[in-house]
Write a protein that binds this ligand. Structure first.
Ligand SMILES: [Fe+2]
Length: 351
């Protein structure tokens, strides 16, 4: 399987994985041969890219940390919770039950697939609007928590907090949230109210643990105390909030937002590593730098000698040096272990 950005798809390519639309319906199933219409429809829906099967990518397996259908269900529930938040008629305990069920399934997957390195693409079918972003942050935070060897309760809570972290934004002007420009000072102050508004709302309406609500409250605090709302730092902050903070920034920066194009995973990791100990908890950064794939399996890369290939495998602790299958010769180069590959670097990632 290999990943192809939607604008590089061609007629007659064969789909490698099922594709769901944003409401959870299956749009196209694996092995479908793409038509021109399929491709323009995917582009219309805002699908960024998909996996296809072809000869060059044979034997390249992409493993999902969380089953795609569970991700889609999570997005649906989060969407309902956000849109129904002001509605007094909503059966809140039913909502609680549904989100708890989906978080439980995610914990199960995250623990079961602990050996799988987080592959950014699996979560990035769509550009990130609020609900997708919330679910991505929950999953990524859950994966980081798992790699940090936190216990199961904490993994559960951090996924839940990720789903709900921006809930306070429902009390803030929509125009402000999607403004494709720099906010004025007073707008910024209003925007910065969302963690507290979210905390108050969640505490009043639901019965999630205090740890979930507090992680939401603290998700914009910085490790050095320069964040908001309370300027807490280091151990004053919940461990889960420190994980959430890093997962939120990672997902936001790798997504297309009204005010910026997506950054490459490697650029975002560089940013996060550069702010370790300031904005981010060094322990969280260390885990991310070791465990997140910045060259996701299945993606096409260009090497410094001009050859192109597909990422076949990542190596823990050496995320800049994956194993690559060359497109022209089918040869396999392990940038991490092959002696004669020492001078080669990756210069480009197709995303
Ligand atoms: Fe936020």
């Amino acid at each position: 399987m290999r990943y192809i950005p939607t604008n590089h798809l061609k007629k007659d390519m064969v789909l490698g994985q099922d594709i769901y639309d944003a409401t959870g319906m299956m749009l196209l199933s694996a092995h479908t041969i793409l038509s021109e219409q399929n491709i323009s429809y995917l582009a219309f829906l805002g699908v960024k890219g998909i996996y296809i099967d072809d000869v060059g990518s044979k034997n390249i397996e992409v493993e999902n940390v969380v089953r795609p259908e569970i991700q889609v269900t999570a997005v649906q529930i989060v969407r309902e919770m956000f849109t129904g938040a002001m509605d007094e008629q909503v059966d809140v305990s039913e909502e609680e039950k549904r989100i708890q069920e989906v978080v439980e399934k995610m914990v199960e997957d995250v623990l079961k697939n602990e050996h799988v390195m987080y592959n950014l693409i699996e979560l990035k079918t769509y550009d990130s609007y609020t609900y997708f972003h919330s679910v991505h942050v929950g999953i990524l935070a859950g994966i980081i928590a798992t790699k940090m060897k936190l216990d199961e309760d904490e993994i559960y809570d951090v996924i839940m907090a990720g789903f709900l972290h921006d809930m306070g934004k429902i009390f803030i002007d929509r125009d402000l949230i999607n403004a494709p420009r720099r906010l004025t000072e007073s707008e910024r102050v209003r925007m910065m109210e969302h963690p507290e508004r979210g905390y108050e709302f969640l505490s009043k309406r639901f019965h999630f643990s205090e740890r979930v609500n507090r992680a939401v409250l603290e998700h914009h605090e910085w490790y050095n105390g320069m964040g908001y709302p309370a300027h807490k730092k280091e151990n004053q902050l919940l461990n889960l909030a420190r994980i959430l903070k890093a997962a939120d920034v990672y997902d936001a920066m790798t997504s297309r937002r009204p005010y910026h194009q997506p950054y490459l995973p490697s650029e975002v990791m560089e940013y996060i590593m550069g702010r370790s100990g300031m904005e981010f908890d060094p322990k969280v950064v260390e885990v991310m730098a070791r465990e997140l794939c910045i060259y996701p399996v299945g993606c096409e890369v260009e090497l410094s000698n001009g050859q192109r290939g597909i990422v076949k495998e990542n190596h823990k602790g050496s995320i800049l040096r994956p194993t690559v299958k060359l497109l022209d010769t089918d040869n396999i180069i392990n940038l991490f272990a092959d002696r004669n590959a020492r001078n080669l670097t990756i210069v480009k990632l197709m995303m």
